[in-house]
Design a protein around this ligand. Structure first.
Ligand code: PL3
Ligand code: FE2
Ligand code: FE2
Length: 230
């Protein structure tokens, strides 16, 4: 496998880097914004956890501000139109599920898929980030583990009655993650982030989450590779 650059070899001020960063930075800002809105929606759907979910939504807003500062620090203007299109499918699926009162699907999309995607991306980004962005991202990723944990705990407690909906929601939404990864692959590589590493980290986080919720190893193999190849 081709060796990508290490942090000290990256020219964060080159036009190539800044061009790729304008899309990746926008994706992350948009992702944090979507997460912020999704936790507000979840707070309405699960009023007994309302306070905690509003806390999470506020953390997402702080994350968004942190990543906006990362873009400004590199003198990059985020391409928000690109990022909204990037998130359109997951956004739409979350909205539809919320309108139908499908809390299990909403939790799978936000607290499992989006959080695992974020954790994988941030973990792979940290060693190759500029010093300013690295500090921000290290703080953010710690929070994301707690967001993932919220989803795991709730779904574990409601495992039997959620199982069928989780299977459907996984089948419908996991292939979207692979499409999103393909759409960001080239830009990620310019930031010295390898697609294979992103896929691997995502699979580990997501597989562990499914295991914590109560799925068997056999289920996890089937669920977590859904739509991965073709
Ligand atoms: C949830 O709290 C946040 C959701 C953010 C989703 C981010 C997905 C990022 C995929 C793009 C890979 C490059 C990441 C680079 C990090 C600055
Ligand atoms: Fe976040
Ligand atoms: Fe989060």
């Amino acid at each position: 496998m081709q060796q990508l650059a290490t942090q000290s070899e990256i020219d964060f001020s080159s036009e190539t880097y800044k061009d790729a960063y304008s899309r990746i930075n926008a994706i992350v800002i948009e992702g944090e914004q979507e997460a912020h809105e999704n936790y507000i929606k979840l707070a309405e759907m699960l009023p007994e956890h309302g306070e905690q979910l509003i806390r999470l939504s506020k953390m997402e807003n702080r994350h968004k501000k942190g990543f906006e500062a990362c873009g400004r620090n590199l003198k990059v203007t985020p391409d928000m139109k690109f990022a909204q299109e990037f998130f359109a499918s997951l956004h739409e699926n979350f909205q539809t599920a919320a309108a139908e009162g499908k809390v299990v699907t909403c939790l799978l999309i936000q607290s499992l898929i989006i959080e695992c995607f974020a954790i994988a991306a941030y973990n792979i980004y940290i060693p190759v980030a500029d010093d300013f962005a690295r500090k921000i991202t290290e703080g953010v990723v710690k929070d994301e583990y707690s967001h993932l944990n919220f989803g795991e705990v709730w779904l574990k407690e409601h495992f039997e009655e959620s199982k069928a909906e989780l299977e459907d929601a996984n089948r419908e939404n996991l292939p979207i993650v692979w499409k999103m990864l393909n759409a960001v692959e080239k830009d990620a590589e310019i930031l010295a982030m390898e697609k294979e590493a992103l896929v691997e980290d995502f699979m580990i986080q997501y597989g562990e989450a499914l295991s914590n919720i109560g799925f068997t190893t056999r289920d996890i193999m089937r669920l977590s590779a859904y739509g991965l190849r073709g």
